[in-house]
Design a protein around this ligand. Structure first.
Ligand code: MRU
Length: 344
């Protein structure tokens, strides 16, 4: 079986190298990140995006700071500042907060003032976390691909592939895995307005792998379900509360409701790094609100004269609409007791 390798995330001697996702699919522009502001800007503007990816890139943002200051005390104070800055980039995906909190503890409790030892420890932390995300995707894809049968019509949402994680992806990783295992199915990709992660990024990845897919606009999903054209749905997650309520890209909730009404399985796919151990339900999730421009224009082309817009970037799907959550530790029910067990 062909092995899929993610080509989009690389660390090279102080600099993180990735691809500018705002320019895809028409330009494959390399993005080099070094200064804290560059990491902040890349995450805020969705040049890098996807919950696991922004966590990992933020951690490397801290490592870039450590590389820049060659003395322990300065490297320590500046890297703590970078952590605080990056925490303000985007509020909803929990991965970035989970990993930056861990790094903060590591830095604050570092028990030596040897710069090289400090740098090596932070670098080792980042490398291990990146490798773990690659591993989570692989395990998730093995569990999830079991659910895909020949002839199925599959629905996804947003982009959850190799652009959104350092591995093969979460929801899309499952679909990629099933495809290279030889299963034959059809994928429906909603365009995912306003920023078109579906039509720009998921289609880009599907084309690269020659996956059979059809692009639809977001408001066609009801029609697809009503015509019995969807058998199963896989979506990613940005933050999962302890009761299974899930924040994901705006529009996910509609797919969940449609699946529920039409009695079709709806799976959330996420590594354990996307769970919020401090949150008992989705009520406490802060939903990012983004600028008007994203609604009144498409790829910088103005399409509306509207003066009033509302642009929440995520919605929260209550756990009662979720069939199961596919994690690197197995497929679980969206229930507190099952979630707490895998987070131990
Ligand atoms: O605003 P985005 O593009 O960062 O939103 C991404 C999503 O909602 C993804 O579904 C989620 O982060 C999971 S990525 C594996």
């Amino acid at each position: 079986m062909k092995k899929l390798i993610n080509p989009f995330f690389r660390w090279e001697n102080g600099t993180f190298i990735t691809i500018d996702q705002t320019r895809l699919p028409f330009y494959e522009s390399i993005l080099k990140l070094y200064y804290p502001d560059e990491y902040f800007d890349a995450i805020k503007k969705l040049k890098v995006r996807g919950a696991p990816a922004i966590g990992i890139v933020a951690a490397y943002g801290v490592l870039s700071t450590v590389y820049r200051y060659k003395k322990f005390t300065k490297a320590k104070t500046e890297s703590l500042k970078t952590i605080e800055l990056l925490k303000t980039a985007r509020p909803t995906a929990v991965n970035i907060f989970n990993i930056l909190e861990e790094l903060k503890k590591l830095i604050e409790n570092f028990d030596s003032n040897d710069y090289n030892h400090f740098k090596d420890s932070i670098e080792n932390f980042c490398k291990k976390r990146l490798e773990y995300e690659v591993y989570t995707c692989e395990k998730i894809s093995i569990y999830g691909s079991e659910l895909i049968k020949n002839g199925m019509n599959i629905l996804t949402h947003c982009n959850t592939g190799m652009l959104a994680t350092p591995g093969i992806g979460t929801a899309l990783g499952i679909i990629f895995k099933a495809f290279i295992m030889g299963k034959r199915f059809h994928l429906f990709i909603p365009e995912t307005r306003p920023l078109l992660q579906g039509s720009r990024l998921t289609v880009y990845e599907a084309e690269k792998l020659k996956l059979p897919y059809t692009l639809v606009t977001d408001n066609m999903r009801g029609f697809l379900f009503s015509k019995n054209m969807i058998d199963i749905t896989f979506v990613g997650a940005d933050r999962i509360a302890l009761n299974g309520d899930t924040a994901n890209k705006i529009g996910t909730y509609e797919s969940a409701i449609l699946s529920y009404v039409h009695k079709k399985p709806f799976f959330v796919v996420a590594p354990t790094t996307t769970f919020d151990k401090k949150l008992s339900s989705g009520k406490g999730i802060k939903v990012e609100e983004r600028k008007t421009d994203e609604i009144i224009s498409i790829l910088n082309k103005r399409i509306s004269i509207a003066k009033n817009t509302f642009n929440p970037a995520f919605d929260i799907t209550p756990s009662k609409y979720i069939t199961g959550i596919i994690t690197e530790k197995g497929i679980i029910k969206p229930k507190s007791e099952c979630i707490k067990k895998i987070l131990k």
